[in-house]
Design a protein around this ligand. Structure first.
Ligand SMILES: Nc1ncnc2c1ncn2[C@@H]1O[C@H](COP(=O)(O)OP(=O)(O)OP(=O)(O)O)[C@@H](O)[C@H]1O
Length: 607
């Protein structure tokens, strides 16, 4: 129930939709119920003989009952005019009632739809906003599918079931009360017996749907796994094909698909059982009413008249509709609540890294970034140990060392993607934790191995960090990044779409666009994760020149895979097993004859 109300709070301001909905629904119910009661006068007008005493004298009923009042009015009309005239009058009333009932029904559905769309809009926004605020380490492949399925599918399930139940909770009970009032006004005794069906079917159905919630949670999780797997398979399609692994991948997907389908089948069976059970019970009761009420009329020892009995049966057949709607929504709410819990779980996940309340803005980069005894863990595994390092303004610092030593992890600490486990990171003497993370990142630009591009035009990709840049600024940046020439040769020049993740461009082209993006943003500190080794010689030279242009007059921190490219660096830091093994200039380190020298020799030998 708590989850339900939390989800409902996304419908705020609910009264904007709820009040007109309630009014329209009430009128729709009133006219709808009235329509059934018109059956009585129709029956009497057509079937009773003119000499029937009911019509020769009009019995005055002082009750408020509109059904009786209308019947009396029709009797009056039959007396003063004739039956044909009365029938025509009833038909006009039927038409108007149907029109009004449908008019209000349409509006009630319209307001409910508005509420549904509004809730969905707010819920999706809340989920996506929070996902974007989460810390970088939250995201891994396993979670990606989960997040996608929560935003795409669970939110849909939630909004449907939540608003649907809301509709059912108000409309159907009120409609039920109106129908019951009509039934009671015709025969109290018969109604008491016949309505016993409600608690009985309620009990049976609650037994049937008991396990649904647990199954729904499993089903949402399984769907998330499938989405994650699909995403991974599409991203890695070339590798899958190259390794002839399509069969294995298909099998793996099919296994999850099978599990998901079986679970859904089981759930649907339960869910669908609820409705026929309540309907069958309802039919049993109708048969009972027919037998019991019918024999009372036939034996002549009942006040019940044939016309009233027909209204009674017609109305009772309608009673089953709200009951069915209530049971249906009762059996599907479990799926909605379990999807809701998953969505709320994502909304409630707190980012591990938030600005302090009194965090200051760093306006520019003045002197240096310093790391003091910094250690970092992934879970229990220590990755960096007691790193102390000063990166002075205007200098180029290169991080080198064996694979897995911790270079990328150290680089991730600089834009504060993670906080260290212990030790301090300072910029211009300010502790990172006393500054807003946005103002720290504002001073930095990144070019990394991944060369991530958005599925947009080349111009928009270059202008990503400065969306209001003019085309001339974009071109100037592209020129510095050695990208202008090849961009002009693409189909639509700067307006060419680069495809999903930039897959219409070559590796070197993607990198140069990323460099142009960093040039245009023009931050004082540049973080480079070089990947020139993946490129051919010509492309490598173009990218390397572009990087050199980018590093000019800036503070740069470079992860170098090609040691030949960083020999001019002001400081080379060798990182091995999470520690600084040695540091200094190229000459100093070569003179020491330590790990750096061995790495250089190994690379020269390989080359
Ligand atoms: N998200 C993560 N969760 C757990 N461990 C991680 C994660 N990322 C990296 N590691 C571990 O941290 C260690 C350092 O990795 P890192 O990527 O920083 O090394 P590197 O020096 O940059 O390596 P390379 O030169 O091969 O890119 C490795 O042992 C790696 O397994």
């Amino acid at each position: 129930m708590k989850t339900y109300f939390r989800l409902l709070s996304f419908a705020k301001p609910i009264e904007k939709f709820a009040i007109p909905y309630v009014i329209a629904t009430l009128f729709a119910i009133i006219f709808n119920t009235f329509l059934f009661t018109l059956l009585g006068p129709i029956m009497n007008t057509i079937f009773l003989k003119p000499c029937d005493d009911q019509i020769t004298t009009v019995t005055k009923d002082s009750s408020w009952n509109p059904m009786n009042l209308f019947s009396q009015y029709i009797d009056q009309v039959i007396l003063t005019h004739d039956k044909t005239y009365a029938l025509q009058l009833i038909c006009i009333v039927v038409i108007f009632t149907v029109l009004l009932a449908n008019f209000f029904r349409y509006f009630s559905q319209r307001y409910m739809e508005d509420l549904r769309v509004h809730t969905l809009l707010k819920l999706r926004k809340a989920v996506f906003d929070n996902v974007m605020n989460l810390h970088v380490s939250y995201f891994n492949n396993e979670r990606k599918g989960d997040i996608i399925s929560k935003v795409a599918s669970d939110v849909q399930v939630v909004q449907f079931t939540v608003t649907n139940t809301l509709q059912v909770v108000f409309k159907e009970p009120v409609q039920l009360i109106f129908y019951i009032a009509v039934l009671v006004s015709i025969s109290f005794k018969l109604t008491i017996f016949s309505l016993l069906v409600i608690p009985v079917s309620g009990f049976i159905i609650s037994k049937i749907v008991k396990r649904l919630k647990q199954q729904s949670t499993l089903s949402h999780e399984s769907f998330a796994k499938m989405i994650g797997f699909l995403d991974e398979s599409l991203s890695g399609i070339k590798i899958i094909k190259a390794f002839n692994a399509t069969f294995r991948i298909k099998e793996k997907f099919q296994k999850e698909n099978q599990f998901y389908s079986n679970l859904n089948r089981k759930m649907a069976r339960r869910q669908q059982l609820a409705s026929p059970v309540s309907q069958t019970l309802g039919v049993f009761v109708v048969v009972f009413i027919l037998l019991y009420g019918g024999s009372m009329i036939l034996s002549g020892n009942s006040d019940l008249k044939a016309g009233e009995f027909v209204i009674y049966l017609a109305t009772f057949s309608q009673v089953m509709l709200p009951i069915k709607a209530i049971t249906d929504s009762f059996s599907s709410i479990h799926s909605g609540i379990s999807a809701g819990e998953r969505v709320l779980d994502l909304i409630d996940t707190e980012p591990a890294l938030v600005n302090k309340l009194d965090a200051k803005e760093l306006s520019n980069f003045g002197t240096a970034i310093t790391l003091e005894n910094v250690s970092f863990n992934y879970g229990d595994k220590q990755i960096l140990k007691n790193i102390s390092l000063t990166i002075e303004k205007g200098k180029t610092v290169a991080l080198v060392g064996p694979s897995g030593g911790g270079k990328s992890t150290l680089m991730d600490l600089i834009p504060r993607f993670h906080d260290p486990k212990s030790g301090l990171i300072k910029i211009d003497g300010f502790d990172y934790k006393d500054l807003t993370v946005e103002s720290i990142r504002m001073q930095m630009g990144t070019v990394n191995q991944e060369s991530f591009l958005f599925n947009d035009t080349i111009q928009n990709n270059i202008a990503f960090g400065k969306p209001d840049a003019t085309i001339d600024e974009v071109i100037a940046a592209a020129k510095i990044a050695n990208a202008h020439e090849f961009i002009l040769n693409t189909e639509e020049s700067y307006q060419t779409f680069v495809g999903d993740r930039g897959n219409k461009l070559s590796g070197g082209q993607k990198q140069r666009i990323c460099i142009a993006r960093a040039v245009l943003a023009n931050p004082p500190i540049m973080l480079l994760d070089e990947a020139t080794s993946a490129l051919d010689t010509e492309s490598e030279k173009l990218v390397q020149d572009a990087l050199n242009n980018l590093m000019q007059n800036r503070t740069s921190i470079v992860i170098a895979h090609r040691l030949s490219t960083i020999q001019q660096a002001d400081l080379i830091v060798v990182i091995d097993k999470g520690e600084i093994a040695e540091s200094g200039s190229h000459q100093e380190l070569m003179g020491k004859g330590g790990l750096y020298k061995r790495l250089i020799e190994m690379q020269t030998f390989n080359d």
